[in-house]
Design a protein around this ligand. Sequence first.
Ligand code: HEC
Ligand code: HEC
Ligand code: HEC
Ligand code: HEC
Ligand code: HEC
Length: 444
Amino acid sequence: MLKKISFFIFLLISSFTLLFSAEMGKYKYSDFSKPKKCGMCHRQIYQEWKESMMAKSFTHSWDDVEYFKLALPHALKFSKVAGVKGGCIACHSPIAFLSGDIPPKSPNAKTRANEGVSCEVCHNITGTSKKTPYNFSYTIKPGDVKQGPRKVSDAPHEVHYSPFLKTPEFCATCHDEASPYGAWVKSTYREWKNGPYAKEGTTCQDCHMYKGPGMVANGKFRKDMYHHVFHGAHFRNKLRGAVDVGLYVNRKKVYAGRTLKIRAELFNGKVGHYIPSGSTEERMLWLEVWAIDSSGHKFSIPVKKKGFKGEKYTIANSKVYAYQAMGKILNIKGFKGLKRDGDLPDGARIFRKPFLDPDGNMTICQWYTAKNTVVDYRIGPRETKVEEYVWKIPENIKSGVVKIEASLYYSLVPSSVGKFLKLPKSEYTPMLVNRSEVKVKVLK
Ligand code: HEC
Ligand code: HEC
Ligand code: HEC
Ligand code: HEC
Ligand code: HEC
C-alpha cells in the first residue's frame, strides 16, 4: 500500500516537473539564430514557413488574446493552473521559454518571442524525454549542428542526420497536451497512432510537409524537397473537401403534408486523425440541412436524435449557454455565459468533443479542463457518420421542385466567443468543407 502511495506521489511530482519546468531559462535568445538568417540560403523554405501558422504561433491575434487576456491572468491568481504561465509559451514560442523570458512581452513589443516555432526550434530538437511524447517534452541542443532528414555533407554548417525529425513522435512533443487536471486536451498524435494511417506508415510529415520539387538552398534544387507549409484548419484549401458528403432521399416525388426521409453520409477519407483535431475545445464542425422551395423559401431540417450518451452536446440549441469560466477569469459579475453554439440553426448536428471545466460547464479554456470524456462525436480517420432526417413537408410549401441541401461547415472558434473577445471576423466565419444536394418534386 505504502509502495503504491509513494509511487503515486512520484508520478505526481514527475508529471508536475515535466509539465512546468522542462528546461525553462536554460539558454538565452542569442543561442538561437534568427529565421531570417537561415532564410538567406533556404529562401523557399523560409517563405513557406513565414506563411504558416508556425511563424505566427505567438503573434497571431487569437493566440495573443487567449494567452494575455485569459490564461496568464488566470495563472497569476489560481495556483492550480499557475504552470501555464510558462507552459503555453513552451509550445507557442519555445525560444522565449528556453531563454526564461516568462511571461514574454506582448507581440507589439516585437521581441524575439515573436519568432514562434522557428527553424532553430525544430532543427535543434534532438529527441524527447517521453516514450509517448506530449507537453513540450522535447530535448533541445542549440549550436552549430542542425538536425536534418538526410545525410548531407555540402552544407556550410554541420548537419546531424536525425531519424527522430522524420517521426510523428517529433510532432507529438507539441501536438499532444494534458491539462493540469490530467485531461487529454490535445491528442492529434494519439488519434493518428490508433488509426489506419499509422498502420500504413503514413506520417504527419507526409500530409503536412509533402515532398515535391523545390530549391532547398541557394543554387541547390531537389525534386523531393520537404515543403514547410504546415497547412491545417487555417487553410481553406486543406479543409475543403476533407470530408465527403453524400445525400439521399427515400422518394423523389412527395405530397405536401407527408414525410420525406433524408440520409446524409459523411466520410473522412483525407484527414489522418479526427476532424476536428488539435484545439478541439474551440473548433466547430457542423452539418446544416435545408430545403429550398421554388420561390426561394428556406426550411431548416433538424437532425433525428440517435439517443447516445452526451448527444445533447452534438445538436445545436440556441437556448443553451456555456463558457461561464471566462466570466470568472475576467471578473465579470453575473456573467451567464455565451451561446454554446454561436449562430448555428437549431437542430444542426455538431461533430464535437465537449471540454468541461471543474464546474461542469463547457469551456474553451483547455488548461482549465477537468473532463472531456463525456462524448466524442468527431469524425475519425476513414470513419463514416450517417445522419438521418425525417422531414414533415409543410402544407404551405410552394409545389414544384424543392432542393434539399446538406452543407458541412467548419469554424475555428464559436461565433459567440469570437464576438465576445473581439477576434478578427475571419476567426469565426464559417468555412464550407463540402456540400451536396438532391432535388425532389413536391405535389399538392
Ligand atoms: C550560407 C548558407 C546557409 C545558411 C545561412 C544556412 N544553411 Fe542550412 N544548408 C545550406 C546548404 C547548402 C545545405 C545543403 C542542402 C542539401 O544538400 O540538401 C543546408 C542543409 C541544411 C539542413 C539539412 C538538409 C537535409 O537535407 O538534411 C538543415 C536542417 C538546415 N540546413 C537548416 C538550417 C538552419 C536551421 C539554418 C539557420 C540557423 C541554416 N540551415 C542556415 C546552406 C545554409
Ligand atoms: C515544426 C518544425 C519545423 C520548422 C519550424 C522548420 N522545419 Fe525544417 N524540417 C522539419 C522536418 C520535420 C523536416 C524533415 C521532413 C521529413 O523528413 O519528412 C525538415 C526539413 C528541412 C530541410 C531539408 C529539406 C530537404 O528536403 O532536404 C531544411 C533545409 C530545413 N528543414 C530548413 C528549415 C528552415 C530554414 C526553417 C525555417 C525557415 C525550417 N526548416 C523550419 C521541421 C521543421
Ligand atoms: C515546438 C512545438 C511544435 C512542434 C515540434 C510541431 N508543432 Fe505544429 N504547431 C505548433 C503550434 C504552437 C501550433 C499552433 C499555431 C497557432 O495556430 O497558433 C502548430 C500548428 C500546426 C498546424 C496547424 C495549422 C493550422 O492551420 O491549423 C499543423 C498542420 C502542424 N502544426 C503540423 C505539425 C507537424 C506535421 C509537426 C511535425 C513535423 C509539427 N507540427 C511539429 C507547435 C509545434
Ligand atoms: C492522411 C493525411 C494526414 C495525416 C497522416 C495527418 N494529417 Fe493533420 N490534417 C490533415 C488534413 C486534411 C487536415 C485538415 C482538416 C482538419 O482540420 O482536420 C489536417 C489538420 C491538422 C491540424 C489542424 C486540426 C484542427 O482542426 O485544428 C493539425 C494540428 C494537424 N493536422 C496535425 C497533424 C499531426 C501532428 C499529425 C501526425 C500525428 C497529422 N496531422 C497527420 C491530414 C493529415
Ligand atoms: C503541448 C504544447 C502546447 C501547449 C502547452 C499549449 N499549446 Fe496552444 N496550441 C498548440 C498546438 C500544437 C496548437 C495547434 C492545434 C490546432 O491547429 O488545432 C495550438 C493552438 C492554440 C490556439 C488556437 C490557435 C488558432 O489559431 O486557432 C490557441 C489560442 C492556443 N493554442 C493558446 C494556448 C494557450 C493560451 C496555452 C496555455 C494555456 C496553450 N496554447 C498551451 C500547442 C500547445
